[in-house]
Design a protein around this ligand. Structure first.
Ligand code: T46
Length: 131
């Protein structure tokens, strides 16, 4: 797909940005997003010194868009680490299964929007890095 660019250990997904008295971006399951979207959630009003995440998912796949402000996402596949700076509302990062991740340095106005392939289930989380 043309809108997907490989990063070191993941993929950057670019969705349309339509200029029309402001901008409009849209994401579609099984099209620009490489899975059917079952859940969305968003994270906001996070203090700059907070580190969120610190886990991996057994089966859930996700795409993260910072729709306002900026945030850094650290990815770790067990062999390689990569830090991604998200600051453009139409550019998201694929967070594939079994990818350890943290989100940090949220800007004051940051809103992180996440599209997920599965419903929330605590047993899908791996919270122990060694595991
Ligand atoms: C992830 C990163 C990017 C729910 O009840 N339903 C939900 O859909 C979610 C996502 C969370 N929760 C509850 C579970 C916790 O009691 O919300 C609370 C905060 O979740 P957590 O501490 O896991 O938040 P983060 O920011 O560390 O991680 C979140 C997602 O949970 C996680 O799947 O990949 O964002």
């Amino acid at each position: 797909m043309q809108n997907i660019t490989k990063t070191k250990i993941s993929y950057l997904i670019e969705i349309p940005k339509i200029k029309d008295e402001g901008f409009l971006s849209f994401a579609e399951g099984d099209r620009s997003i490489p899975f059917d979207i079952k859940r969305i959630y968003y994270i906001y009003d996070v203090e700059n010194n907070v580190i969120r995440g610190k886990h991996a998912h057994k089966k859930t796949r996700q795409v993260l868009f910072c729709v306002k402000g900026s945030v850094k996402v650290l990815l770790d596949n067990g062999d390689v680490r990569e830090e991604i700076f998200l600051s453009e509302p139409n550019k998201g990062i694929l967070l594939d299964r079994m990818m350890w991740h943290t989100m940090h340095e949220f800007s004051k106005d940051a809103v992180l929007l996440i599209l997920a392939s599965d419903y929330y289930e605590e047993k899908d989380y791996i919270r122990d890095y060694q595991e």
